[in-house]
Design a protein around this ligand. Sequence first.
Ligand SMILES: O=C(O)CCC(=O)/C=C/C=C(\O)C(=O)O
Ligand SMILES: [Fe+2]
Length: 314
Amino acid sequence: MTAAAVGLSHSPLIGKNDPAPDVLARVAEAVAGAREFVRAYDPELVVLYAPDHYNGFFCKEMPPFCLATEAHAVGDFGTAAGPLSVDTAAAKALAQGVLDRGVDLTVSARMTVDHGFAQPLEVLFGGIDQVPVVPVFVNGVATPLGPVSRIRALGTAVGEAAAELDRRVLFLASGGLSHDPPVPVLDGAPPRVADALIEGRPPTPEQRARGEERVVQAGRDYAAGSTAMIPINPDWDHRLLDHLEKEELAEFDSWSVEDMAREGGGSAHEVRAWIAAFASLAAASGPYEMTSRFYEAIPAWIAGFAVATARGQA
Ligand SMILES: O=C(O)CCC(=O)/C=C/C=C(\O)C(=O)O
Ligand SMILES: [Fe+2]
Protein backbone atom coordinates (compact mmCIF):
# COMPACT_ATOMS: atom_id res chain seq x y z
CA MET A 1 0.00 0.00 0.00
CA THR A 2 1.04 3.60 -0.20
CA ALA A 3 1.23 5.67 2.96
CA ALA A 4 2.26 9.16 3.94
CA ALA A 5 2.55 11.20 7.11
CA VAL A 6 2.26 14.81 8.14
CA GLY A 7 3.20 16.23 11.52
CA LEU A 8 1.73 19.61 12.39
CA SER A 9 1.98 21.52 15.65
CA HIS A 10 -1.24 23.07 16.90
CA SER A 11 -1.67 26.11 19.09
CA PRO A 12 -4.79 27.71 20.54
CA LEU A 13 -3.06 31.06 20.10
CA ILE A 14 -2.91 30.99 16.29
CA GLY A 15 -4.80 34.05 15.08
CA LYS A 16 -5.18 35.28 18.66
CA ASN A 17 -1.64 36.22 19.61
CA ASP A 18 0.40 36.08 16.45
CA PRO A 19 4.17 36.51 16.09
CA ALA A 20 5.86 39.04 13.78
CA PRO A 21 4.79 39.04 10.09
CA ASP A 22 8.06 37.47 8.91
CA VAL A 23 7.52 34.50 11.25
CA LEU A 24 3.90 34.19 10.16
CA ALA A 25 5.00 34.23 6.52
CA ARG A 26 7.49 31.39 7.10
CA VAL A 27 4.82 29.31 8.88
CA ALA A 28 2.33 30.04 6.11
CA GLU A 29 4.82 28.83 3.50
CA ALA A 30 5.48 25.60 5.42
CA VAL A 31 1.76 24.97 5.94
CA ALA A 32 1.07 25.68 2.26
CA GLY A 33 3.73 23.08 1.41
CA ALA A 34 2.04 20.52 3.66
CA ARG A 35 -1.33 21.34 2.10
CA GLU A 36 0.10 20.80 -1.37
CA PHE A 37 1.72 17.54 -0.22
CA VAL A 38 -1.67 16.33 1.03
CA ARG A 39 -3.48 17.50 -2.11
CA ALA A 40 -0.99 15.66 -4.34
CA TYR A 41 -1.16 12.50 -2.23
CA ASP A 42 -4.95 12.65 -2.20
CA PRO A 43 -5.54 10.39 0.83
CA GLU A 44 -8.53 8.09 0.92
CA LEU A 45 -8.28 7.90 4.71
CA VAL A 46 -6.66 10.05 7.39
CA VAL A 47 -5.63 8.49 10.69
CA LEU A 48 -5.36 11.49 13.00
CA TYR A 49 -3.35 11.21 16.22
CA ALA A 50 -3.97 14.08 18.60
CA PRO A 51 -4.15 14.90 22.30
CA ASP A 52 -7.03 16.33 24.29
CA HIS A 53 -6.93 19.20 26.79
CA TYR A 54 -9.61 18.13 29.31
CA ASN A 55 -12.47 18.55 26.90
CA GLY A 56 -13.12 14.90 26.07
CA PHE A 57 -11.01 12.82 28.45
CA PHE A 58 -10.92 13.30 32.20
CA CYS A 59 -9.12 11.82 35.15
CA LYS A 60 -12.08 9.70 36.21
CA GLU A 61 -11.01 7.39 33.39
CA MET A 62 -7.96 8.41 31.39
CA PRO A 63 -6.83 5.90 28.76
CA PRO A 64 -3.30 6.23 27.39
CA PHE A 65 -4.85 6.19 23.91
CA CYS A 66 -8.27 5.66 22.39
CA LEU A 67 -9.60 5.18 18.85
CA ALA A 68 -12.99 6.63 17.89
CA THR A 69 -15.68 5.18 15.65
CA GLU A 70 -17.59 8.50 15.95
CA ALA A 71 -16.33 11.89 17.15
CA HIS A 72 -17.65 15.36 17.88
CA ALA A 73 -15.62 18.53 18.33
CA VAL A 74 -16.44 20.96 21.17
CA GLY A 75 -15.46 24.06 19.20
CA ASP A 76 -12.84 25.57 21.51
CA PHE A 77 -10.45 28.42 20.66
CA GLY A 78 -12.43 29.34 17.55
CA THR A 79 -12.32 25.89 15.94
CA ALA A 80 -15.46 24.33 14.49
CA ALA A 81 -17.93 22.45 16.67
CA GLY A 82 -19.79 19.37 15.44
CA PRO A 83 -19.22 15.92 14.04
CA LEU A 84 -15.99 14.82 12.39
CA SER A 85 -16.41 12.79 9.20
CA VAL A 86 -15.30 9.55 10.83
CA ASP A 87 -15.04 6.51 8.58
CA THR A 88 -16.69 4.16 11.04
CA ALA A 89 -16.07 0.98 9.06
CA ALA A 90 -12.36 1.77 8.72
CA ALA A 91 -12.21 2.75 12.40
CA LYS A 92 -13.71 -0.58 13.46
CA ALA A 93 -11.34 -2.49 11.18
CA LEU A 94 -8.32 -0.63 12.56
CA ALA A 95 -9.51 -1.13 16.15
CA GLN A 96 -9.85 -4.87 15.61
CA GLY A 97 -6.50 -5.01 13.84
CA VAL A 98 -4.77 -3.23 16.71
CA LEU A 99 -6.40 -5.45 19.36
CA ASP A 100 -5.50 -8.54 17.33
CA ARG A 101 -1.87 -7.41 17.47
CA GLY A 102 -1.90 -7.40 21.27
CA VAL A 103 -2.16 -3.66 21.96
CA ASP A 104 -4.86 -2.97 24.54
CA LEU A 105 -6.69 -0.23 22.68
CA THR A 106 -9.60 1.65 24.22
CA VAL A 107 -12.36 2.26 21.68
CA SER A 108 -14.88 5.09 21.91
CA ALA A 109 -18.20 4.91 20.10
CA ARG A 110 -18.63 8.68 20.57
CA MET A 111 -15.48 10.62 21.32
CA THR A 112 -15.43 14.28 22.29
CA VAL A 113 -12.45 16.10 20.80
CA ASP A 114 -11.09 19.65 20.91
CA HIS A 115 -8.78 21.95 18.96
CA GLY A 116 -6.09 19.26 19.02
CA PHE A 117 -8.12 17.35 16.40
CA ALA A 118 -10.08 20.18 14.81
CA GLN A 119 -7.20 22.53 14.04
CA PRO A 120 -5.14 20.24 11.76
CA LEU A 121 -8.27 19.16 9.89
CA GLU A 122 -9.23 22.79 9.32
CA VAL A 123 -5.70 23.85 8.38
CA LEU A 124 -5.03 21.00 5.94
CA PHE A 125 -8.51 20.12 4.66
CA GLY A 126 -10.58 23.25 5.23
CA GLY A 127 -12.93 21.73 7.81
CA ILE A 128 -13.52 18.94 10.31
CA ASP A 129 -15.86 17.04 7.97
CA GLN A 130 -14.00 17.15 4.67
CA VAL A 131 -12.12 13.86 4.62
CA PRO A 132 -12.73 10.33 5.94
CA VAL A 133 -10.88 10.20 9.24
CA VAL A 134 -10.11 7.81 12.07
CA PRO A 135 -9.39 9.86 15.21
CA VAL A 136 -6.92 8.41 17.69
CA PHE A 137 -6.58 10.23 20.99
CA VAL A 138 -3.11 10.03 22.53
CA ASN A 139 -2.83 11.29 26.08
CA GLY A 140 -0.13 13.94 26.15
CA VAL A 141 -1.30 15.98 29.10
CA ALA A 142 -2.53 13.97 32.08
CA THR A 143 -0.06 12.14 34.29
CA PRO A 144 0.76 9.39 34.99
CA LEU A 145 1.99 8.60 31.49
CA GLY A 146 3.27 5.23 30.32
CA PRO A 147 6.47 4.51 28.44
CA VAL A 148 6.90 5.96 24.96
CA SER A 149 7.58 2.44 23.68
CA ARG A 150 3.85 1.73 24.05
CA ILE A 151 3.00 4.66 21.81
CA ARG A 152 5.41 3.31 19.23
CA ALA A 153 3.74 -0.10 19.60
CA LEU A 154 0.33 1.53 19.08
CA GLY A 155 1.53 3.37 15.98
CA THR A 156 3.11 0.21 14.59
CA ALA A 157 -0.06 -1.84 15.15
CA VAL A 158 -2.24 0.85 13.55
CA GLY A 159 0.14 1.03 10.57
CA GLU A 160 0.11 -2.74 10.08
CA ALA A 161 -3.67 -2.84 10.32
CA ALA A 162 -3.99 0.13 7.96
CA ALA A 163 -1.84 -1.67 5.38
CA GLU A 164 -4.56 -4.33 5.20
CA LEU A 165 -7.16 -1.73 4.17
CA ASP A 166 -5.42 -1.29 0.84
CA ARG A 167 -6.19 2.44 0.68
CA ARG A 168 -4.08 5.59 0.39
CA VAL A 169 -3.69 6.41 4.09
CA LEU A 170 -2.29 9.59 5.57
CA PHE A 171 -1.08 9.40 9.17
CA LEU A 172 -1.48 12.88 10.63
CA ALA A 173 0.03 13.98 13.95
CA SER A 174 -1.18 17.04 15.82
CA GLY A 175 0.81 18.64 18.61
CA GLY A 176 4.12 19.46 20.24
CA LEU A 177 6.94 19.96 20.12
CA SER A 178 8.48 21.46 23.31
CA HIS A 179 5.99 23.75 25.01
CA ASP A 180 4.64 24.47 28.44
CA PRO A 181 1.24 26.17 28.03
CA PRO A 182 -1.13 26.69 30.97
CA VAL A 183 -3.01 23.40 30.82
CA PRO A 184 -4.43 22.58 34.27
CA VAL A 185 -2.74 19.88 36.34
CA LEU A 186 -4.58 17.60 38.77
CA ASP A 187 -1.75 17.29 41.30
CA GLY A 188 -2.13 20.18 43.72
CA ALA A 189 -5.21 21.64 42.00
CA PRO A 190 -7.74 23.44 44.23
CA PRO A 191 -10.82 21.28 44.95
CA ARG A 192 -13.09 22.89 42.34
CA VAL A 193 -10.51 22.59 39.58
CA ALA A 194 -9.65 19.03 40.64
CA ASP A 195 -13.31 18.10 40.57
CA ALA A 196 -13.70 19.47 37.02
CA LEU A 197 -10.56 17.64 35.83
CA ILE A 198 -11.81 14.39 37.32
CA GLU A 199 -15.50 14.56 36.46
CA GLY A 200 -15.35 16.57 33.26
CA ARG A 201 -18.05 19.08 34.03
CA PRO A 202 -18.72 20.99 30.79
CA PRO A 203 -17.65 24.62 31.27
CA THR A 204 -20.22 27.38 30.86
CA PRO A 205 -19.52 29.67 27.89
CA GLU A 206 -18.24 32.25 30.38
CA GLN A 207 -15.90 29.75 32.04
CA ARG A 208 -14.61 28.63 28.65
CA ALA A 209 -14.05 32.24 27.58
CA ARG A 210 -12.16 32.95 30.81
CA GLY A 211 -9.98 29.86 30.33
CA GLU A 212 -9.21 30.82 26.74
CA GLU A 213 -8.36 34.39 27.75
CA ARG A 214 -5.99 33.00 30.38
CA VAL A 215 -4.14 31.08 27.67
CA VAL A 216 -3.98 34.15 25.40
CA GLN A 217 -2.62 36.25 28.28
CA ALA A 218 -0.03 33.57 29.00
CA GLY A 219 1.08 33.79 25.35
CA ARG A 220 1.42 37.56 25.62
CA ASP A 221 3.39 37.25 28.87
CA TYR A 222 5.63 34.54 27.46
CA ALA A 223 6.38 36.52 24.28
CA ALA A 224 7.20 39.51 26.51
CA GLY A 225 9.81 37.44 28.36
CA SER A 226 7.92 35.86 31.29
CA THR A 227 9.96 33.04 32.75
CA ALA A 228 7.06 31.30 34.48
CA MET A 229 7.02 28.56 31.85
CA ILE A 230 9.65 26.02 30.86
CA PRO A 231 11.33 27.56 27.79
CA ILE A 232 10.84 26.24 24.27
CA ASN A 233 13.80 23.95 23.63
CA PRO A 234 14.91 24.00 19.97
CA ASP A 235 17.77 21.53 20.63
CA TRP A 236 15.34 18.97 22.03
CA ASP A 237 12.90 19.63 19.20
CA HIS A 238 15.59 19.13 16.55
CA ARG A 239 16.71 15.91 18.27
CA LEU A 240 13.15 14.65 17.95
CA LEU A 241 12.86 15.70 14.30
CA ASP A 242 16.27 14.18 13.52
CA HIS A 243 15.17 10.80 14.90
CA LEU A 244 11.92 11.00 12.92
CA GLU A 245 13.74 11.99 9.75
CA LYS A 246 16.33 9.20 10.05
CA GLU A 247 13.63 6.68 10.99
CA GLU A 248 15.37 6.04 14.31
CA LEU A 249 12.05 5.44 16.03
CA ALA A 250 13.36 2.87 18.54
CA GLU A 251 15.47 5.69 20.01
CA PHE A 252 12.31 7.10 21.58
CA ASP A 253 11.87 4.00 23.73
CA SER A 254 14.58 5.29 26.06
CA TRP A 255 13.01 8.75 26.42
CA SER A 256 11.63 9.03 29.93
CA VAL A 257 8.51 10.93 30.89
CA GLU A 258 10.48 12.90 33.48
CA ASP A 259 13.23 13.96 31.05
CA MET A 260 10.67 14.91 28.40
CA ALA A 261 8.81 17.18 30.84
CA ARG A 262 12.05 18.68 32.17
CA GLU A 263 13.50 19.36 28.73
CA GLY A 264 10.37 20.11 26.74
CA GLY A 265 7.76 21.32 29.23
CA GLY A 266 4.45 19.94 30.49
CA SER A 267 2.92 19.56 27.03
CA ALA A 268 6.02 18.13 25.34
CA HIS A 269 4.27 14.78 25.72
CA GLU A 270 2.13 15.79 22.74
CA VAL A 271 5.07 14.56 20.62
CA ARG A 272 3.63 11.11 21.31
CA ALA A 273 1.22 11.88 18.48
CA TRP A 274 4.19 12.42 16.14
CA ILE A 275 5.90 9.22 17.29
CA ALA A 276 2.70 7.23 16.73
CA ALA A 277 2.15 8.67 13.24
CA PHE A 278 5.69 8.02 12.06
CA ALA A 279 5.65 4.51 13.57
CA SER A 280 2.45 3.90 11.60
CA LEU A 281 4.06 5.15 8.41
CA ALA A 282 7.11 2.93 8.93
CA ALA A 283 4.91 -0.11 9.62
CA ALA A 284 2.58 0.52 6.70
CA SER A 285 5.10 1.35 4.03
CA GLY A 286 8.56 0.17 5.04
CA PRO A 287 11.32 2.77 4.71
CA TYR A 288 10.07 6.33 4.36
CA GLU A 289 11.52 9.64 3.29
CA MET A 290 10.90 12.92 5.10
CA THR A 291 10.16 15.22 2.19
CA SER A 292 9.93 18.51 4.08
CA ARG A 293 10.78 19.75 7.56
CA PHE A 294 10.06 23.15 9.07
CA TYR A 295 10.77 24.28 12.61
CA GLU A 296 10.59 27.55 14.45
CA ALA A 297 10.38 28.42 18.14
CA ILE A 298 7.36 30.73 18.42
CA PRO A 299 6.95 32.16 21.95
CA ALA A 300 3.76 34.08 21.02
CA TRP A 301 2.12 30.71 20.36
CA ILE A 302 3.97 29.04 23.29
CA ALA A 303 5.16 26.51 20.76
CA GLY A 304 8.15 24.76 19.38
CA PHE A 305 6.28 24.77 16.09
CA ALA A 306 7.00 22.14 13.44
CA VAL A 307 5.58 20.98 10.14
CA ALA A 308 6.92 17.85 8.46
CA THR A 309 5.83 15.65 5.58
CA ALA A 310 6.96 12.13 4.78
CA ARG A 311 6.20 9.58 2.13
CA GLY A 312 6.53 5.83 2.25
CA GLN A 313 8.61 4.27 -0.49
CA ALA A 314 6.48 1.15 -0.90
O1 LIG B 1 -9.11 26.48 29.95
C1 LIG B 1 -7.96 26.11 29.78
O2 LIG B 1 -7.12 26.20 30.67
C2 LIG B 1 -7.61 25.51 28.43
C3 LIG B 1 -6.12 25.31 28.27
C4 LIG B 1 -5.80 24.71 26.93
O3 LIG B 1 -6.63 24.07 26.32
C5 LIG B 1 -4.50 24.91 26.40
C6 LIG B 1 -4.12 24.30 25.26
C7 LIG B 1 -2.81 24.41 24.72
C8 LIG B 1 -2.40 23.67 23.65
O4 LIG B 1 -3.21 22.87 23.02
C9 LIG B 1 -1.02 23.62 23.15
O5 LIG B 1 -0.27 24.58 23.30
O6 LIG B 1 -0.67 22.58 22.59
FE1 LIG C 1 -2.09 21.02 22.74
